[in-house]
Design a protein around this ligand. Structure first.
Ligand code: HAM
Length: 414
């Protein structure tokens, strides 16, 4: 038997209603905030991710699905959406048409990680990018939107963690101090972190190794090194979150796994997910659009992990708001019933039947699929131009004129 690839999951019909529910809520909330959808390809040139996410991150260094295509071009299955969205914005000059872009997208991402609960190799994100506004109010509103989504989905025991990573002006000073601190701790660090002291010392904060976490216990805090402008940005953001009634914790070590962030970073964590407890994460990335060859537009965004949210959802399957048509008789009866089913669908009523089975098994199937109403068509019904309608909740039946049947069923379902 051929099985699915490790870390890549099928989403089965019994669960798909939860996916629809999350996607619908996201669309509804994002459009309330004035966002529009953008869809980009799953495959991009490898260089796009190396240049945005950062050569020295786990994602680019270890986790990308990269291969050479038939034209000898190195291509990669997108590990995240930010790079692709920014590429599309620049390629289609969207910022020339409107200097503020508010975009969301949804779909599968690919990272060759070690699969475990909440961590997969193909996973799905709902992604938001907001370009053209540099201030902390924009960060606060973007976080509020992520929070609204998490709230609408009904996730409980949520924590929002917020940090500032400073900017090109203050981060280098902090980096130097951190580097000096880490050099003293080199013996305690894992191989990757030991190398990163020189290349990207902030990445050490993101390392999951216990020894590295122990080593950085007393490391300098970036918050103590923010320049005046970054400090004002951060304070303004926190005050605005307060004003919006969004509870948060400051997380001085929250650097996130991607290199493009400046100033604000944030993560929303939910209880009940085990170690992979971040349902959403994001931050500000001023300078990234320019680095990719676009205008100097600031940006902020986040991505929401669908699998993790769906694992926590208790949402029951919705009741079936349609009609199951039970048919008994010869070809003529079937054809007459199929015309009625077709009329039902034309009127917007969901309808289905199963053909050439016993009455009992048809009823059983209607029950299994959760139908509340059945329409029964047999020889008597066709002869009298009537339909028998059965309420599955009470097992009571009525006969109505065929021309009135659809309205009667809709009434019963309303
Ligand atoms: P990220 O933190 O790498 O950020 O991913 C965002 C969310 O995707 C995580 O919080 C998690 O819920 C989910 N996720 C990530 N990896 C996996 C995995 N292997 N399996 C299951 N779920 C996963 C980004 O991707 C940034 N592009 C977010 C962003 C947008 N920043 C600015 N704009």
């Amino acid at each position: 038997m051929i099985k699915s690839i490790k870390g890549m999951n099928d989403i089965l019909p019994d669960d798909v209603h939860k996916w629809h529910s999350v996607e619908d809520k996201a669309r509804y909330i994002f459009e309330l905030y004035g966002f529009s959808e953008i869809r980009t390809p799953l495959l991009e040139q490898t260089e796009l991710f190396a240049r945005t996410i950062g050569e020295d991150t786990d994602i680019v260094g270890k986790e990308m699905y990269t291969f050479v295509d038939k034209n000898d071009t190195s291509v990669t299955l997108r590990p995240e959406a930010t790079a692709s969205v920014l590429r599309a914005v620049i390629e289609h000059s969207l910022l020339n048409q409107d200097s503020i872009q508010k975009l969301y997208s949804m779909g599968p991402m690919f990272r060759y990680e070690r699969p475990q609960k909440g961590r997969y190799r193909q996973f799905h994100q709902i992604n938001v990018e907001r370009l053209g506004e540099a201030g902390p109010l924009c960060d606060a509103e973007t976080i509020a939107m992520a929070y609204d989504l998490v709230d609408a989905i009904g996730l409980k025991n949520i924590t929002l963690e917020v940090n500032s990573l400073g900017c090109q002006k203050c981060r280098p000073v902090f980096r130097k101090q951190l580097k000096e601190f880490l050099q003293e701790k080199r013996d305690m660090l894992c191989k990757d972190c030991s190398r990163r002291i020189e290349t990207n010392p902030l990445r050490v904060f993101d390392c999951k190794e216990t020894a590295c976490q122990e080593a950085i216990k007393d490391a300098p805090r970036i918050e103590d090194h923010l320049c005046g402008a970054c400090r004002r940005h951060f304070n303004d953001l926190l005050q605005t979150l307060d004003a919006l009634g969004i509870p948060f914790h400051k997380a001085p070590r929250l650097v996130r796994g991607l290199d493009y962030y400046v100033r604000t970073t944030f993560e929303i964590k939910a209880e009940g997910l085990g170690t992979q407890n971040a349902v959403a994460g994001g931050g500000r990335y001023d300078g990234l659009v320019k680095a990719l060859g676009g205008p100097d537009a600031p940006g902020v965004g986040f991505a929401f992990g669908m699998e993790r949210a769906i694992m926590l959802m208790k949402e029951a399957r919705p009741v079936n708001k349609g009609c199951f048509v039970v048919i008994q008789g010869g070809r003529e009866i079937y054809r007459s019933a199929m015309v009625l089913i077709s009329d039902m669908r034309s009127s917007g009523l969901q309808a289905q039947a199963v053909f050439e089975k016993s009455m009992k098994s048809q009823m059983k199937r209607a029950d299994k699929l959760g139908y509340l109403v059945c329409a029964i068509i047999g020889e008597t019904e066709v002869a009298k131009d009537m339909v028998t309608i059965r309420d599955m909740r009470t097992s009571s039946q009525v006969q109505v004129k065929r021309a009135l049947a659809i309205n009667k069923i809709k009434e019963m379902l309303a």
